[in-house]
Design a protein around this ligand. Sequence first.
Ligand code: HPA
Length: 269
Amino acid sequence: MGGHYEAARTAAVAIGNRLGAHDALAVLGSGWTDAARALAPVEREIPITDLPGFPAPAVAGHGVTALTLALGDTRVLALTGRAHPYEGHDVHTVVHGVRAAVLSGCRRVVLTNAAGSLDPERRPGSPVIIRDHLNLSGLNPMTGPAPPEDLPARFVDLSELYDPRLRSAVAERVAGVGEGVYAGLLGGSYETPAEITMLRRWGADLVGMSTVLEAIAARHLGAEVFGASLVTNMAAGLSADVLDHEDVLATGREATDRLVDLLRAALTT
Ligand code: HPA
């Protein structure tokens, strides 16, 4: 009964013991880890597999770590990677880190990712604030055994999932950053052009394979949720030109300063 939550509680205690207390969690997607390290001094850092219930990173040698950033008065727990359902992980394993962090005291959860752009005007290198999402993964962290009695019940209200106050405060602090709707798919492959056409009609601006499940799990436990994407490519069928790797790397490097600004705003507003 409620075994996933018990596992998250155990991990929450381990986070406290190994890294101390934190105000906020940042989950760093592709392209975001360098920005987080540039943001503030790393106080402590441990392999994520030192914490109970976290799966070993999928790519050998790609050490995923849990680290503490001292951002002024704000102590940030940052995870430099995440588990995805397309790797074969159960939905509860995918949200384990978010649940553990919130149960350990993180009141705010900042979720970041790399995404394809469905908006022809929004090019690779652009950071985008997630306004809302389409959970098209076929999964939901609120399935399975009911949450324990001392935690909120399922059927959590998602009408303001991505905190409106935080979104507008961050948009004010980071020049030129826009908002978009993120479609979260199961993934394992990129999309077909027909799927991208469908997603555009459904109101998506961004497409990726993460974030939506973590956002739901964080909101369920009462955290303030903020999400942001870094556009790394135009979605399937939107770009006539062959993607130039050097151009993408250059846009990534140019974006780092803005990612740092965005993270700082999202974590300290
Ligand atoms: N599709 C899905 N996931 C992605 C993409 C994409 O185009 N780019 C980065 N993650």
